[in-house]
Design a protein. Structure first.
Length: 301
């Protein structure tokens, strides 16, 4: 390990943090250390890094805001790649906006509304980055990234820079081609339409009020834990099974939204994993439905 950490530190790949705890980089506030967390600040550093990792066959994974990820208690072996502040930008232009991978998806939707662009209202409650939203085809309120996506610049696992169109991305429910073909989004362009600021603002205010009333926004969590099964909602199934409020160590099924698991203060990744498994087993035995996690569980248990 020391050999390749030294290799990374000697090249133009950005900031290299050794044995870095990841809990502070996830919205669940849970997670052990990464052997190395590398934070490139521009495309050159990102490409250099990925080419180096590929050449030396160093294991790696990517991290955005950590809003859809559970990092195991023993952490992650290898390199965690996190786009830095140099990827935190948004440039509005005729027909839409181009934003960097590290830019807040919520902030993007808010600024778009102020500029009277419509199409991003659904993103006002998605607490991730642009890169993460594209990777996951994030969505809410009947819309998702695929509805407005135009193209994205991506560095593939070989270090090759490519630009993918909407067709290239193979979007599906909470899925993109990047789940199957490794790569990191560097920036994305979204097509927006001119709208009325009052209408856009009223729509976003209604979404915000609904979230405030139904989601535990004041607690550390990662949004929806399970995908909605066809024709139903995971939250309804979990609540109907009487699992709201169930606890495991410091983890709890939210009393506000049954498809959220919250960290009450001292939760471990194992607490959350155990709770997820208990939910899955209960729903499977009661309804014959296998709930599929929407969050990614990564690292060494």
């Amino acid at each position: 390990m020391q050999q390749w950490i030294s290799l990374l530190s000697q090249n133009n790949v950005g900031k290299v943090l050794e044995n870095e705890p990841l809990a502070k980089y996830t919205t669940w506030k849970i997670g052990g250390p990464a052997d190395a967390l590398v934070i490139p600040e521009n495309k050159e550093q990102m490409v250099n890094l990925i080419q180096l990792l590929h050449k030396h066959q160093i294991p790696w994974m990517q991290l955005g805001r950590g809003s859809n990820m559970l990092v195991a208690d023993k952490g992650i072996r290898g390199v965690v790649v996190k786009p830095g502040e140099g990827f935190d930008y948004a440039e509005f232009h005729e027909g839409g906006v181009t934003a960097g991978a590290a830019h807040s998806f919520v902030k993007l939707s808010v600024v778009a509304a102020k500029k009277e662009w419509t199409g991003l209202e659904f993103g006002s409650g998605i607490p991730g980055t642009v890169g993460g939203a594209v990777y996951m085809n994030a969505g809410a309120h009947g819309s998702d990234v695929s509805r407005i996506f135009q193209s994205a610049e991506i560095v593939l696992e070989t270090g090759e820079l490519v630009r993918y169109s909407k067709e290239d991305m193979e979007f599906a429910y909470r899925h993109s081609v990047l789940h199957d073909r490794r790569g990191i989004v560097l920036e994305a362009t979204f097509a927006l339409q001119q709208g009325e600021r009052k209408v856009i603002s009223e729509s976003m205010a209604a979404y915000k009020d609904r979230r405030r009333r139904t989601q535990p926004l004041q607690m550390a969590c990662a949004g929806s834990v399970f995908r909605n099964p066809p024709g139903d909602h995971a939250a309804r199934l979990i609540e109907a099974a009487g699992l709201k409020g169930m606890t495991q160590g410091g983890a709890q099924v939210s009393t506000m939204h049954a498809n959220f698991i919250v960290n009450t203060g001292q939760a471990t990744a194992e607490d959350v994993i155990t709770l997820m498994q208990q939910i899955q087993n209960t729903i499977s035995s009661q309804n014959g439905i296998n709930l599929v996690p929407e969050v990614f569980v990564v690292g060494e248990r």
